[in-house]
Design a protein around this ligand. Structure first.
Ligand code: TEU
Ligand code: CA
Length: 545
């Protein structure tokens, strides 16, 4: 057996990480925005799920242009969410329950209202000027064609300096200059400060973009990238039991073996999106909607399972705050909502890697359809303006937003059937999904066959069964476009998963039962039908040698 897997420092290989989007989690003061006291009040709920760590999207001081991913002070909490004292209570209360808190760190950029940038933009000879990325140019003629992820040019003119600054994201998110050693030192000190406050780890936002080379139009995987990440790791992470997860849209299995090298030289694991963009049309923006081909999903999952086994570590997820809800995307958010939600869970939780459970996913929460002026996400708001100006109809813009808009995943958590789903006593910052009377935590906690209880069983299973951690992976009947089946094999056990990705009854592949053992978990209350998989049916078999 892989020795590294027994190392206590690798606790996160056996764990499930719950992600909280704090704005939408639980509001305690009636201002319509979730807050830290709200998170504290739900720690018992989180503990019930059996997760070991919680990643919380940014709550630092911020003008909230990108809901906190624009930080104006890394070492303070935004009044929207509470105070630093609230944060200390949260760290302590979580710790008392054996739950680690993973801080979401945005190291690629700050807010344009961060003290560093306020100084940097004053003049070219300000000591902080070089902390950001500047290029000369003429007003109206940016240095090159680089575009912001949220639309428009990635360059913004500053009159005082007669220069442009780079912003890969919104104009209020200027890029930090990692080539300046003072910047790196300041960030490492700040990270260390959070370790001293009791943080259990870090999720590193767009970490693959820190070493950008704008003159070559390079954003991800710049020449110095892994040198900087190694330096950061050496300074802050090494020899600790922190979990560090790098968000890297650009990652390939090859680069992932660097990011998550088992020697600990970079990060614990990589968080990459190859499987989750498979319904994107090649070369097209995410807004042009395609469909999923199941064999593509198998190919991508299989590739990552094989290529990282023993040489790296991956994150497993269907949802986060940037993507639509999986049941609405590739499952069924109507009649078979519960079956499809449990099916996705079953397929994912049998794989090697660390699963991430995004708030509401444990309830099978769905996408929403709002009026065009009810969306709040900066990416969506910019899209509406841009596409209207380009002559698109509101109807076609809405079709894209319904399918891919980030607010789909950001509607308030559905706690119970009371007004506003028990999320707030006030006016929620983003409308609550109207289906909360049917879909909510209170109801699912009580019901043995709920999506929530299915997740609890899967999380417990992962803790129990070593084969999920280190077994080999093989596809069963790869070519089938309706059924995903695979086998994980170790010396002492075989775990087999078979799942119907369609809303029809399909033929159950007999090959699944070769060496499969007992049915351990399924997503239908009544017993399986021989030779058939029902709509979105998933079965998990376990054999102990
Ligand atoms: O996301 C990185 C990122 O590239 C996404 O913005 C992604 O491209 C987009 O959602 C696709 O439409 C991280 C955060 O997760 C995201 O919430 C932030 O907006 C972004 O970084 C900037 O910090
Ligand atoms: Ca609040």
């Amino acid at each position: 057996m892989d020795l590294a897997l027994n190392n206590h420092n690798n606790w996160w290989k056996k764990s499930v990480i719950y992600q909280i989007y704090p704005r939408s989690f639980c509001d305690t003061n009636g201002d319509g925005i979730g807050d830290i006291p709200g998170i504290i009040s739900k720690l018992d709920y989180i503990q019930t799920l059996g997760v070991d760590a919680v990643w919380i999207s940014p709550m630092y001081a911020s003008p909230q242009d990108d809901n906190g991913y624009d930080i104006s002070d890394y070492q303070d909490i935004d009044p929207t969410f509470g105070t630093m004292d609230d944060m200390r209570v949260l760290l302590k209360e979580a710790n008392n329950r054996g739950i680690k808190i993973i801080m979401d760190m945005v190291l690629n950029h700050t807010s344009d209202e961060h003290a560093w940038f306020l100084e940097a933009k004053q003049s070219r000879d300000n000591p902080k000027h070089d902390w950001y990325v500047w290029r000369d140019g003429e007003p109206g003629t940016p240095p090159n064609e680089m575009c912001s992820v949220f639309g428009g040019s990635a360059w913004e003119w500053v009159e005082e300096c007669q220069q442009y600054y780079l912003h890969q994201f919104s104009v209020k998110q200027p890029d930090l200059n990692w080539d300046n050693p003072e910047v790196r030192e300041a960030l490492y000190d700040m990270l260390q400060w959070w370790v001293d406050q009791g943080a259990g780890g870090f999720r590193l936002d767009v970490i693959d973009q820190i070493a950008k080379e704008p003159d070559r139009m390079v954003t991800a995987e710049g020449t110095m990238l892994h040198t900087y990440v190694k330096e950061m790791s050496e300074r802050v992470f090494r020899g600790t039991d922190l979990v560090t997860v790098g968000e890297a849209w650009s990652a390939t299995p090859e680069t992932a073996r660097k990011w998550s090298n088992p020697d600990g030289s970079e990060l614990s694991m990589v968080f990459q999106f190859e499987h989750i963009v498979l319904d994107q049309l090649p070369g097209q923006p995410k807004w042009d909607v395609g469909s999923l081909k199941l064999t593509d999903l198998k190919r991508v999952f299989g590739k990552w399972q094989h290529e990282l086994n023993g040489s790296g570590w991956n994150s497993l997820f269907w949802n986060n705050h940037d993507v639509p809800r999986i049941v609405s995307r590739w499952g069924d958010d109507g009649v078979y909502r519960e079956q499809s939600a449990k099916m996705f869970a079953t397929v994912l939780y049998g794989l090697q890697g660390t699963p991430y459970l995004y708030q509401g996913e444990e309830l099978g929460m769905t996408n929403t359809r709002y009026a065009i002026d009810e969306y709040r996400d900066i990416e969506t708001v910019n899209l509406i303006a841009e596409r209207r100006a380009a002559g698109y109809s509101d109807e076609s813009i809405l079709a894209s937003i319904y399918a891919k808009g980030r607010d789909n995943g950001r509607t308030p958590m559905q706690w119970d059937a009371s007004c506003n789903a028990g999320f707030t006593s006030g006016e929620p910052w983003l409308k609550v999904n109207p289906n909360y009377a049917q879909i909510n935590a209170a109801e699912q906690l009580e019901r043995a066959d709920s999506v929530l209880n299915h997740y609890r069983r899967l999380i417990a299973l992962r803790k129990r069964e070593q084969v999920i951690l280190d077994g080999s992976y093989e596809d069963i009947l790869f070519d089938r476009e309706d059924v995903y089946a695979y086998r994980r094999v170790s010396e002492d056990a075989v775990l087999t998963v078979a799942a119907n990705f369609t809303g029809n009854e399909v033929e159950f592949p007999a090959e699944v039962l070769e060496n499969a053992g007992m049915l351990e978990l399924g997503n239908y209350a009544d017993s399986p039908i021989n030779g058939t998989l029902r709509p979105f049916e998933a079965r998990l078999y376990l054999k102990k040698n």
